[in-house]
Design a protein around this ligand. Sequence first.
Ligand code: G3P
Length: 218
Amino acid sequence: MKFFIDTADVAEIRELNDTGLVDGVTTNPSLIMKSGRDIIDVTKEICGIVKGPVSAEVTATDYEGMMKEAKVLAKIAKNICIKLPLTMDGLKACKALTDKGHQTNVTLCFSANQALLAAKAGATYVSPFIGRLDDQGLDGMELIEEIRTIFDNYDFKTQILAASIRTVNHVKEAALIGADVITAPPATLKALVKHPLTDKGLSDFLADWAKTGQKISK
Ligand code: G3P
């Protein structure tokens, strides 16, 4: 399973990227707004930090506009993945961009049929939003299961990028189902390592080690 960071905060990206556990980054207009930075500047900086795909989202809603914006975004760096909304124009742009050899991420996916369309449009990734479905009293993880089944039925190569991940349980459940990628905010990724028994075990080991008076490296 690949781990993408869902943020445009360069300091957070640098810190997590240094762990070697990060495979890519996803951004969206809201995350760019939160960063307070120019979309081109900040995306360029992110592309220089992370080797893997960096999703940059178009904001035009018509096919022509999306294609124009995609051209600008694609010029930022080789590892740009063009993010497009799950609309008919977005799918059309996805098909055209995929045919030209670009990586694509079709976002704002809330149904299995939408994911099926993204796969048919040749998307590299489709992003089902788990947390936002849960917010509506629905089951975001059920959508991941449905998409996994459909993609496996037809051997679609589009990767399931579980997005709107809010909890460590979301990560575990997406992994159990077989989502190809999760994208999560830095805090959620950092929380994955935490377990009280790890902390307690480590502190007990260190206390006993101190009693030995030994040192491994002199
Ligand atoms: O990248 C889009 C998605 O992950 C947004 O998450 O928490 O705003 O629903 P959220």
